[in-house]
Ligand binder design. Structure first.
Ligand SMILES: Cc1ncc(C[n+]2csc(CCOP(=O)(O)OP(=O)(O)O)c2C)c(N)n1
Ligand SMILES: [Mg+2]
Length: 331
């Protein structure tokens, strides 16, 4: 039995293909591990990252043991100050990549695959155990601090509610990368693919590969800026009659860049129509490529044809759950 009362299991892409609920330990996922546990599983403790939410933040902050498997705990996940990450916890890191292990401070580092670790849990003294009080506390935080369903949070939550367990979800970078990671409710069976550490705008045509490889419907979430990069791939989607529902969150430019410029530089440049950035009319673009255009999520989900669903979101939308703000809040 583990001698800890507030353990957390952190799983990333390297932990794929195994059922981590068998340990009975509350689970936090990375961005690339979002689909490793469904959102309504009682052991789901949240998703951590530069944008997270209060319940996940509090779980990590108060944990006394962190067991991280197949996640490299990079700054995009753990924050830019590693000493603020799970400050009270003993840290066990399991990673097959020695170079990644060398980068971080931990109590115990095990250089092995997730599969090997999974099979070794008896030697490592990890046995399933019900952490009633700790889990109750996490559930209480989840109830007390829900994300506000406004702007793109509301939009993505609605898309998520209408998605089925058989869908593959592909998410581009920028604000929707964070918002979807925060608000998407994973149903068991869904595959969730996103750009991860490289964070390249124009990742959205990964939806084409996902559709062709899986034969499943693909829900693709992107921004007006990200769509522009690789917009030519709309032709591939149409030509191959792929069942891809593309949701474009249109906030008139580069929202994340806009916020960064305001915060650090005090003036805006090249982030929207008034500062030199122009986008085409996406309805006309849809007509030109021959893809169905709609502004309704419900309409988008009708039929098996490709769709470009354009939804307006606020120009100055504020992201929720910024990790650096939560650290300052001293919760
Ligand atoms: C290829 C590439 N160029 C530039 C960037 C820097 N960048 C990150 S987010 C972003 C703006 C994205 O705009 P949009 O898709 O409209 O998303 P929003 O933040 O507005 O929701 C830029 C320019 C990047 N990540 N990748
Ligand atoms: Mg935008």
């Amino acid at each position: 039995m583990i001698n800890y009362s507030k353990p957390l299991l952190i799983i990333g892409n390297g932990a794929r293909g195994l059922d981590w609920t068998k340990f009975g330990i509350p689970i936090i996922t990375t961005r690339l591990g979002i689909d490793l546990i469904e959102s309504d599983n009682p052991l789901f403790a949240g998703r951590y990252g530069l944008f997270t939410d209060k319940p996940s933040y509090l779980a990590v902050k108060n944990a006394d043991l962190i067991i991280s498997v197949g996640a490299r705990l990079d700054p995009g996940f753990a924050g830019y100050k590693f000493e603020d990450f799970a400050p009270q916890a003993t840290k066990w890191i399991i990673d097959i990549d020695r170079k990644e292990l060398d980068k971080i401070k931990a109590t115990k580092k095990l250089c092995m695959s997730a599969k090997e670790f999974y099979g070794k849990n008896k030697d490592l003294d990890i046995t399933p155990y019900t952490y009633d009080k700790w889990l109750d506390q996490i559930h209480a935080w989840q109830k007390k601090y829900p994300l506000k369903l406004t702007g793109s949070y509301k939009v993505i939550r609605e898309i998520s509610d209408q998605a089925t367990k058989d869908d593959v979800i592909v998410v581009d970078t920028s604000s929707s990368f964070h918002t979807a990671a925060q608000i998407w409710q994973i149903k068991k069976g869904q595959r969730y693919i996103t750009t991860g550490g490289i964070s390249t705008m124009g990742y959205w045509p990964a939806a084409i590969g996902a559709a062709l490889a899986s034969g499943r419907r693909v829900i693709c979430i992107t921004g007006d800026g990200c769509l522009q990069m690789n917009i030519q791939e709309l032709a591939t989607v149409v030509k191959n009659k792929l069942n891809i529902k593309i949701f474009v969150l249109n906030n008139d430019g580069y929202l994340l860049i806009r916020h960064t410029q305001k915060k650090y530089f005090g003036r805006l440049a090249g982030e929207g129509p008034k500062t030199g950035l122009g986008f085409p009319n996406f309805h006309w673009i849809s007509l030109a490529y021959g893809i169905r255009h709609t502004n309704s999520i419900e309409e988008a989900f009708k039929g098996k044809d490709p769709v470009l669903c354009e939804i307006k979101t606020p120009y100055w939308e504020k992201s929720q759950g910024r990790l650096d703000s939560l650290v300052k809040e001293n919760l």
